[in-house]
Unconditional design. Structure first.
Length: 423
């Protein structure tokens, strides 16, 4: 990295310096708020004061939903001024975001694009992700860390020398927030049995580590309390509308199939198509989840226990799997949809690299589709005054579902990359 910086022209050095200082200033301002990071720190302190951190409410009535291991890691920092700890957390997230995008961009044959097309690809990706990046920094969330664990973990397992490091990262992500657990079946399908086994073993160790600090009895009790509030069969996770900003399949399907959901923020505008029982709704949610998970087979397209035929092929299948995360897990906020950005990257690259070779129908299908997806994801930034309507109709979830359709229609970039690598 230092060598590449030395090769930059003076103009480039000035540009990157201004950009770097702008990011530092922005993060310094964001560190002045509390956000979800204050919940993490408060729960960490309460854990060592003997409190039940999974039943206590923080802020304006929020639960701590993360692991005991994460709370223990944060505990030494509770003795430091909160502002500086949060600033360090945001700086760490900025670096992890940079690393994540570097890895994601490395999957593409950007050298096959002209300089203008290459910068257009980078710009469209960042513009699409702007809302999710902003909200992760604003709330001091862990989504960037989760995405980094997934992306760096998979890259290390398949292409790095320290494959075990990738396993540890994925295991850490699963321990903290469960979301990267979707990668274990994928690794097994791709024949990475040792990696899957090491991830599971590491997670077992991480669940047991708190015993050294709080004792086995309290650890077991708090784990049972954690599962009590995280159990996906709980009614509050089926009718997943307790907060206006929730988005996922559970939230969308609840608003579509239950007339009077317990949504205190709902507008007096109809959005339901039917009115079914909770039991029926649970079956509908399960069926739609299974359909989306089964859709992974369309992207894998190889027999089990074989590696993907190319890096671009693997990126496409991983982009789909990652995009499923905020959809199939309940209790997801806007910032969790950072996981759909890799899918958007692939569609943008396909559109830009194949633009002249596409039929007019395909070209406009992708342009219009990505425009709608972008608006569904970013209207809050563009026209925030109408945000109650966006939340009421859950347009973010519709945008993510549309993106899956667009991703499924873009195999041309895979074929092109495969041909280039074969030649």
């Amino acid at each position: 990295m230092i060598t590449s910086l030395l090769k930059l022209t003076l103009r480039q050095k000035i540009t990157y310096s201004i950009l770097f200082l702008s990011v530092i200033c922005y993060l310094a301002v964001e560190a002045g708020g509390t956000g979800d990071f204050h919940i993490y720190m408060s729960a960490s302190a309460d854990l060592f004061h003997g409190e039940n951190i999974y039943q206590k409410l923080y802020g304006t009535g929020f639960h701590y939903l993360y692991s005991l291991f994460f709370a223990i890691i944060l505990y030494p920092f509770t003795f430091l001024p909160f502002y500086f700890v949060k600033l360090a957390w945001l700086l760490l997230n900025a670096y992890l975001l940079y690393r994540t995008f570097r890895i994601l961009f490395s999957y593409f044959r950007a050298d096959t694009l002209s300089a203008r097309s290459r910068w257009l690809f980078y710009a469209l990706t960042l513009i699409f992700a702007a809302r999710f990046i902003y909200e992760n920094f604003h709330y001091g969330q862990v989504t960037i860390l989760m995405l980094f664990c997934c992306v760096q973990g998979i890259h290390s397992i398949f292409y790095g020398e320290r494959w075990w490091w990738g396993c540890i990262l994925i295991a850490l992500g699963i321990n903290i927030k469960l979301l990267p657990v979707v990668l274990i079946p994928y690794l097994i399908y791709r024949g990475k049995f040792k990696a899957a086994a090491l991830i599971i073993l590491t997670d077992v160790v991480l669940w047991l580590v708190p015993v050294l600090c709080i004792g086995i009895e309290k650890n077991n009790f708090l784990l049972s309390e954690w599962w009590h509030i995280m159990n996906p069969s709980n009614t509050e996770h089926v009718l997943d509308v307790s907060e206006r900003s929730f988005h996922s399949l559970t939230t969308l399907l609840s608003t579509l199939f239950v007339k009077n959901v317990p949504d205190d923020y709902a507008l007096p505008l109809r959005r339901n198509l039917a009115d079914v029982s909770i039991e029926t709704l649970h079956m509908i949610i399960l069926a739609v989840r299974l359909i989306l998970v089964a859709g992974t087979a369309y992207f894998l397209r190889t027999w089990p226990f074989r590696e993907a035929t190319s890096k671009s092929f693997q990126f496409r299948e991983l982009a789909y799997i990652l995009a499923l995360v905020p959809l199939i897990f309940p209790h997801q906020q806007h910032y969790a949809f950072l996981f759909i950005v890799p899918a958007a990257m692939f569609v943008w690259f396909d559109l830009i690299s194949q633009y002249k070779l596409m039929s007019m129908v395909k070209r406009w299908f992708l342009i219009i589709g990505m425009s709608i997806t972008y608006l569904c994801c970013n209207l809050k930034l563009i026209l925030g005054g109408f945000n109650p309507y966006y939340e009421h109709y859950k347009i973010l979830t519709y945008g993510a579902l549309l993106l899956l359709i667009l991703l499924a229609s873009t195999p041309s970039a895979v074929r092109r990359s495969n041909a280039l690598q074969a030649s």
